[in-house]
Design a protein around this ligand. Structure first.
Ligand code: ADP
Length: 453
């Protein structure tokens, strides 16, 4: 009937009343003692009734608080105590509801943060793997699953070694958990042909150590490093040959050829040719750098295909004839005008025809043709020359790339890189097909001046 708290206050109070009333009864005349006893009884009854009422309210409030707390613990963040007017406990109800509201807000913020972090982890390009103290994967994101060619659901719960299958990485992960040491290493995942930079960080969780593995795909960076290395080696190679030749020519002149005017003139001609070669390298490098940095604006205008192709071909016709090659052009009359910067587009055609002349032995054929294909104008420069090996084909558009057999011949290896940039800044594509020994065809596309569906 009473809560222990109420008992604790009521009993001493009743005791005090009884002692006081007993004192009064002791000194009161005998005919008043019954009245004193009655008053005492009434007082005790009043106290007990009040205590019962207060106790009930108390118990009722506690029960409601307990129910609401159970709902809150069960995840119902909206659970609140109903306010009761004039019950004397409004401020407690209010305080409780405010605390519940604050808690709900905190939980919502924490839940939102969890969702945000999960989204970030899911979408970053770095792979993230969390390995528990037993060496099993507790978490891995999409990028990590992709790096090891697996599905997130398949990898979770498996051991790190089963998923990663790379000896060095497995060793470092073990030592990360075993010795709580942080490490960074580079690994090549051969079966996927990718290069990774891995950071392994120990995470202390109570007594246990987990390992957080962060993986960065550096394949592209490696490729760029290779291209840069090749670039430096090629540029040095290209400049060393004419420089060595210049040095030899100057030495010969100094050693006496100057006194033989006809020989001196021949040497001067060769010096001039070497200087021209170096000038061409430097000019093409500057041109490429300007094109790549967008410093040479492309001014697109409706242009007839013939105005691009024919001038470029005519400039090289004499050279093709000297090389004993047949050069023909087939341009259908019904092709639409294209959107092009005529001079730059001519440069692309010129470069492709020039290459075809260089790489086609005497008696060969070079054919230029065009057609309407997939809402674009497709231009092709086809030759019956030496062709390009399957190994070289994917790399010929890289700066300074020259197929080995072409290395000894003239050329800087920059022409196709420049051509690719020009075509791409016209919104087109450029590619090559080739059969080694039988010839090559270079294709590029240009957009029509007016879109024809
Ligand atoms: P280069 O100034 O050396 O010609 P390019 O960038 O124009 O430089 O060409 C790169 C390489 O692509 C050449 O060195 C050559 O190996 C190959 N190549 C380009 N065009 C042809 C072609 N028509 N036939 C065979 N190989 C070609």
């Amino acid at each position: 009937m009473f809560t222990p708290v109420v008992w604790r206050y009521v009993l001493p109070f009743i005791a005090v009343v009884l002692i006081m009333m007993a004192g009064i009864a002791a000194v009161a005349p005998s005919h008043l003692r019954l009245a004193v006893a009655l008053v005492t009884l009434i007082q005790v009854l009043c106290i007990v009734t009040m205590a019962i009422l207060i106790s009930r309210q108390h118990v009722y409030l506690m029960q409601r608080v307990a129910r609401v707390m159970q709902r809150l613990a069960g995840g119902d963040g909206e659970a609140r105590l109903l306010p009761e007017r004039h019950s004397g406990v409004e401020q407690y109800v209010d305080a409780f509801n405010k605390a519940a509201e604050h808690l709900q807000h905190q939980l919502q913020v924490a839940a939102q943060q969890c969702v945000d972090r999960a989204a970030v982890l899911e979408h970053i390009s770095e792979g993230v793997i969390l390995v528990n103290e037993e060496g099993c994967i507790e978490f891995l994101n999409r990028a990590a699953a992709h790096m090891f060619d697996t599905e997130i659901t398949d990898a979770l719960g498996k051991t790190f070694a089963q998923v990663v299958r790379d000896h060095t990485l497995i060793e470092h992960e073990r030592s990360c958990r075993g010795r709580a040491t942080e490490s960074t290493l580079g690994v090549e995942i051969d079966q996927r042909g990718i290069a990774l930079r891995a950071s392994l960080i120990p995470l202390q969780r109570k007594e246990r150590i987990h390992c957080l593995v962060v993986l960065q795909d550096v394949t592209h960076l490696r490729h760029l490093q290779t291209v840069r290395r090749d670039f430096i080696s090629n540029v040095s190679h290209e400049l060393r040959t004419p420089l060595a030749s210049l040095k030899a020519l100057v030495d010969t002149l100094r050693d006496g050829a100057l006194d033989d005017p006809p020989a001196a003139r021949r040497f001067l001609d060769r010096i001039e040719a070497e200087v021209d070669t170096m000038t061409q390298i430097v000019e093409e490098l500057l041109e490429l750098s300007r094109t790549e940095s967008g410093r040479v604006p492309i001014r697109l205008a409706p242009t007839k295909l013939a105005d691009i192709v024919l001038p470029a071909v005519e400039r090289l016709r004499a050279q093709a004839e000297r090389a004993g090659l047949e050069l023909t052009v087939h341009l259908p009359d019904d092709l639409p005008a294209v959107l092009a910067d005529a001079e730059r587009a001519r440069q692309v055609v010129g470069n492709l025809v020039h290459n075809a002349i260089k790489f086609t032995p005497k008696g060969g054929k070079i054919t230029l043709w065009a057609e309407w294909h997939d809402n674009e104008v497709l231009l092709a420069v086809q030759d019956t020359g030496v062709g390009i090996s399957n190994e070289d084909l994917p790399r010929i558009f890289e700066r300074f790339y020259k197929a080995d057999r072409a290395r000894s011949g003239g050329g800087t290896g920059l022409g196709l890189a420049i051509a690719r940039h020009i075509v791409q800044s016209h919104g087109g594509r450029i590619w090559a097909e080739s059969v080694e020994g039988s010839g090559s065809t270079f294709f590029f596309t240009l957009l029509p001046a007016e879109n024809i569906a």
